[in-house]
Write a new protein. Structure first.
Length: 152
């Protein structure tokens, strides 16, 4: 289970550049990550934003949930697994962007939403933006296909 922050401000989205510790390159993703044992996802997303970006944040609302099975061949964990992602609309309230200390996030930047399709990225970005812009009453959007610039 993971919690992800969708920070949209004036047609820009906050993205984090992930750098693979296994030498698989880098790509863009949303700030967020694993919910620790006994941790509330609401608190996890705020913690993850602080760890990965250096900024404080507040949750504005729950956007939705995405569930996917990531095949072994596309997994970064070394095994097939199911990822359940909880997406929140989050607002940055303070701090300054910096790389994640001793982590895998090299930088965090505001990127125009119109530029997102041209980026090498995690499908999480497409899911999060779709949830934020369409506000589906079910909190669910169709799966995002991976391939080309889009990966799990």
């Amino acid at each position: 289970m993971a919690a992800y922050a969708v920070c949209i401000d004036n047609d820009r989205v906050l993205l984090a550049r992930y750098v693979s510790p296994k030498g698989e390159g880098s790509w863009w993703t949303l700030p967020g990550g694993k919910v620790e044992q006994s941790e509330d996802p609401f608190h996890a997303v705020i913690r993850e934003v602080a760890e990965e970006t250096g900024c404080s944040a507040v949750v504005e609302r729950l956007l939705g949930i995405d569930s996917r099975v990531i095949p072994l061949a596309e997994s970064h964990s070394g095994s097939e697994h199911q990822n359940v992602g909880i997406f929140y609309s989050v607002r940055i309230t303070g701090g300054e962007f910096r790389p994640e200390p001793n982590g895998e996030t090299a930088e965090s930047v505001w990127i125009p939403i119109t530029d997102v399709p041209t980026l090498p990225r995690s499908s999480l970005i497409d899911v999060g933006i779709s949830l934020a812009l369409t506000n589906p009453p079910t909190g669910h959007v169709p799966p995002v296909s991976v391939g080309g610039l889009v990966r799990h």
